[in-house]
Design a protein around this ligand. Structure first.
Ligand SMILES: Nc1ncnc2c1ncn2[C@@H]1O[C@H](COP(=O)(O)OP(=O)(O)OP(=O)(O)O)[C@@H](O)[C@H]1O
Length: 610
């Protein structure tokens, strides 16, 4: 029997005294019925009789009557279900406090299974998010690394509204706390950082911790979005908030009464959102410039739903973490807390080296080389570049005994050339020891892999041209890329929920790689007159000064198909620009000249870059 103090009333009488509260607040009837049935307090016929009863309040009345007929233990167990499945019976938790409910020994030994749609949905999300976030995806399809084996903390600096530093965050969890909130009316935690500094991985870590219930938060639901997904909708498309949440994350099972969505609307603070890559939709937002939505039942364009969520017009009080590249400004009134990611500190870098290199001799070798090259060390503070350098080092070192990292003045272009070289040598069989000793010849590697490289360059260029980041297998084939090429590592597959409207399944490993390949393709194209490339620079710098809408240059080169929208930011063009400079710089001219001559001689073997 439930103990409610010394002179505690029986559970049976509690159900009578508090009938009104119970009738109005007991939701999730199915969970109560399932448990009363499995513990044999009710039989199948009685459960069916409840289900046949017309309204919810009448169903509750019927359950109360049945429990009271069955006796004290059945009533006790009914209250115990409400007590145990707290998530489902949120509204009745104050009532349990009011009656000072403490479960009796008799019912505590009985098993309660949580079959409530809300808890079930939360568990489903945790399972799916756990599965989706356990690996670092950028390692290509054939070589994934577990997040927990490689995730390394990075420097996270807090700022206030006046962009004054408030110091460093000690742990990832502090991101969600109220510390350093400079605008309590704001709704969004804004995380910014340069390309490749680890914004997406930070969100992935946060999501992974949540999936394992290791994140200190009240949120029982987590919805994760990549912002670029919001640009894939047609201008005229309108969807409901419900569809946005469930269709692009996961659907609640066995929820005929829409309880999950109703719960989200009633308890938004139980929801955590992560939105990655706000910079990727800046142009669309500016162009769209539409009023926000304030009703969760109203259909609207997904971009409207996004801005309404971020501002708190929809689901006010839900927690939202938004990432963007440095330089993208958000409306101050929306931001409650701002964090700038600074990449690896020297000690983080040491940890990352330890995690990355299991082989001690390789680890020591890399440490020595990094210590000797502050320039390389500086580049390695950006996790993406660090990963490329380490990955290339590991791979090329297994191919060639003599491989060392470039000693001084290594540039970003060198890093991306190294990455391409690594991918192109990947498909080669493991070298015999005699071959390993042969000197590494970068130009030969590029020549032998030029066909797929030209294909990827063409694909990258087409993507920039159309303002898309996703590619279908047909588009790959049209660029001359084979199934084997897909696995080289340049591309990774897109998560199934990110783009369900679109058959596209691939994206480049990272946008900076796409920028690099665009630059590579522009130079490789023997039909590309020099003045066009020069025009590119002029165009790019003019765009920088003016409105920062970068797509016009590409529009000039080829007309943009109707219905597509340019959403790259100027930064992607700036990266391409930077790589063009790098590839045309003196130290690289010999390699590029050899490749261009090679393309001209064997023209018919290559998918034309343009
Ligand atoms: N904290 C980290 N620990 C280990 N590796 C990391 C970390 N952060 C980033 N990386 C590596 O760097 C790569 C790029 O990181 P990420 O995609 O998160 O960058 P980003 O800041 O989101 O870049 P962008 O703005 O271009 O989207 C990851 O795929 C991973 O290999």
């Amino acid at each position: 029997m439930g103990q409610v103090g010394e002179e505690s009333p029986s559970c049976r009488s509690l159900l009578t005294y508090h009938r009104e509260v119970l009738v109005s607040k007991l939701r999730s009837i199915q969970c109560v019925l399932d448990n009363l049935l499995s513990s044999e307090f009710l039989c199948e016929e009685e459960v069916e009789a409840v289900q046949r009863t017309d309204t919810k309040p009448n169903q509750v009345r019927k359950i109360l009557e049945l429990a009271q007929c069955k006796g004290e233990q059945a009533c006790d167990f009914l209250i115990y279900i409400i007590y145990t499945v707290g998530d489902a019976y949120v509204d009745l938790q104050p009532w349990l406090k009011e009656i000072n409910y403490v479960p009796s020994k008799d019912v505590s030994v009985l098993t309660v299974e949580n079959t409530d749609p809300i808890s079930r949905y939360s568990e489903k999300q945790r399972r799916e998010i756990g599965r989706d976030t356990s690996f670092i995806m950028s390692y290509g399809q054939r070589e994934e690394t577990r997040l927990e084996e490689l995730y390394t903390d990075t420097l996270m600096e807090l700022f206030n509204g006046a962009n004054e530093s408030l110091g460093l965050l000690d742990t990832l969890e502090q991101l969600l706390t109220d510390d350093a909130v400079f605008n309590p009316q704001g709704e969004t935690i804004y995380v910014v950082g340069d390309a490749g500094v680890g914004k997406s991985i930070l969100l992935q870590k946060l999501q992974n911790l949540w999936s394992k219930k290791e994140l200190v938060t009240d949120a029982i639901f987590l919805f994760k979005f990549r912002c670029r997904m919001f640009s894939t909708f047609k201008d005229s498309e309108q969807i409901s908030l419900r569809d946005l949440l469930f269709k692009y994350n996961c659907f609640p099972d066995l929820d005929p009464d829409n309880e999950v969505f109703d719960y989200i609307v009633r308890f938004p603070h139980k929801v955590l959102f992560t939105f990655d890559g706000y910079d990727e939709i800046q142009d669309d937002l500016e162009r769209y410039n539409v009023p926000e939505v304030s009703s969760p039942d109203e259909k609207a364009h997904p971009l409207q739903l996004l801005t309404s969520l971020l501002s708190g017009k929809l689901l006010q009080g839900s927690q939202k973490v938004l990432t963007a590249r440095t330089g993208i400004e958000m409306q101050q009134k929306v931001v409650k807390k701002k964090v700038i990611l600074r990449g690896f500190s020297p000690s983080h870098l040491k940890t990352y080296i330890r995690l990355h290199f299991k082989d001690q001799s390789q680890r020591e070798r890399v440490e020595i080389q990094l210590d000797a090259s502050p320039h390389l060390c500086g580049l390695c503070s950006t996790p993406l570049f660090c990963w490329i350098v380490f990955k290339s080092f590991t791979h090329l070192h297994t191919m060639h005994d003599s491989f060392e990292l470039p000693e001084s003045c290594i540039t970003l272009t060198d890093i991306f050339l190294l990455l391409c070289e690594m991918y192109l040598t990947r498909s080669a069989p493991p070298p015999l020891s005699i071959q390993r000793r042969n000197a590494r010849c970068t130009a030969e590697t590029f020549k032998s892999g030029l066909k797929p490289l030209a294909g990827f360059a063409k694909l990258a260029l087409q993507g920039f041209d159309k303002g898309t980041f996703y590619f279908s297998q047909d588009e790959l084939r049209a660029c001359g890329l084979t199934e084997e090429d897909e696995a080289l590592g340049f591309l990774r597959s897109v998560s199934e929920y990110e783009n369900t409207e679109n058959p596209a399944t691939f994206e480049f490993l990272h946008l900076t790689l796409q920028s690099f390949l665009v630059a590579f393709g522009l130079i490789l194209d023997e039909d590309m007159p020099l003045d066009t490339i020069l025009k590119f620079f002029a165009e790019c710098s003019r765009k920088k000064k003016s409105s920062c809408l970068p797509c016009d240059f590409f529009h000039n080169l080829s007309p943009k198909p109707s219905g597509t929208r340019g959403s790259q930011t100027n930064e992607h063009l700036q990266f391409t620009n930077l790589f063009l400079c790098g590839l045309l710089s003196k130290p690289k001219t010999s390699l590029m000249e050899q490749l261009v001559i090679f393309v001209i001689c064997f023209c018919e073997s290559f998918p034309m870059v343009r």
